[in-house]
Design a protein around this ligand. Sequence first.
Ligand code: ZN
Length: 170
Amino acid sequence: MTYIAEPIQRKELRSLAKAIREILQVEDRLYIPVITILEKVMPLLFPNFSYEYVPKEEFPDKKHGETDIVNHIVRIREDVYYGAIEGNGRDRMTVMHEIAHYLLLVICGVKFERNFENTDVITYKDPEWQAKALAGEIMCPHELIKSFSADEVAEKCGVSLPAARYNLSH
Ligand SMILES: [Zn+2]
């Protein structure tokens, strides 16, 4: 692990996700339009924000997206972008994951630092966990999904089955 962040609990991320869904005007929607949010809503809300689609060969293996907080750019691998448009749950979540990093670090100002000693970091201080949990709460809001099965969550929210199970478990 490279970074350690200020601690945030799931409860706080859940309230933050609710506020973000209101700002994005998708409060009651199960299937949220992640690409429209990335391309239209985010730049409108945050004038410094921009995004780029990067050819697969320009990203290291297994990297699907990245958030450049210095230059305010979210970069998404090109094939992930196409997948998200076609409704692939994992790709849709990747887009929201990067948006979540941006919102946490730039908009909410969550402080973080390098973990020089490379010590084990408690989950709620792990920026990756924070982005995963926030993206999950935005895509699969607890209040709307709690009575669904994992299959229903995956289908209605447009997320992968593992993501549906993960979000139902909290
Ligand atoms: Zn991440």
